[in-house]
Design a protein. Structure first.
Length: 202
């Protein structure tokens, strides 16, 4: 956290605010507090401009998707469960994981090639993979799929590299924090799921 705070001044004020809101988002999400979505909407709205200025066009487009997903996530967490109840933690089946990964890889190849050919994006395939990986993983989070945190560990680790090479210091530290928080989130949600299962049996 001290490193994160020290890096806030190294980037633009907009990046600093977006990164701070991003930390608030993931901290609240690990605790299943619904206000995480409001922080996420504000953070991603700001990051759309930050990434566009850094020529990370797929990341910029992803942020706009996140704004809409934030509204969807809020509604799902509040009343997306059975009979309008709050959503509970669930799991993906193996075939769902295979389908999700195959989709991300296929879209990465297509959009990575297109951006490499028609834009000045410096890291087209890494940009594409992290963008599409984030789309799938964020949807999993909105549906409270436990394994979303495992996916985030991979995506956020690659975002550390992407942000560093794009000269976004606060964002680099932000995604480093995200990797750690993904571990915390997985443990927290798994504990909550076990309590759910225990109550269901009782």
């Amino acid at each position: 956290m001290e490193t994160f705070l020290s890096q806030l001044g190294a980037g633009s004020p907009v990046e600093a605010i977006a990164a701070t809101l991003g930390v608030a988002y993931v901290v609240l999400a690990t605790r299943q507090i619904i206000w995480c979505w409001l922080c996420g909407i504000m953070s991603t709205g700001l990051y759309a401009g930050v990434f566009f200025e850094s020529a990370l066009y797929q990341q910029a487009a992803l942020q706009l998707f996140y704004v809409g997903l934030g509204v969807y996530g809020w509604r799902q967490w509040r009343s997306g469960g059975a009979q309008g109840t709050p959503l509970k933690v669930s799991n993906f089946r193996l075939r769902q994981h295979v389908a999700a990964i195959a989709l991300v890889v296929a879209l990465t190849v297509v959009t990575g090639w297109l951006t490499e050919r028609f834009t000045r994006t410096p890291m087209p395939y890494l940009d594409a993979f992290t963008a599409w990986g984030s789309v799938v993983t964020a949807w999993m989070m909105a549906r409270k799929v436990l394994e979303n945190w495992l996916y985030w560990m991979v995506v956020d680790s690659l975002m550390v590299v992407l942000s560093w090479r794009a000269h976004l210091p606060a964002t680099t530290v932000l995604f480093t924090v995200y990797v750690v928080m993904a571990v915390v989130g997985f443990v927290s949600w798994r504990r909550a799921q076990r309590l759910q299962q225990a109550h269901a049996v009782a």
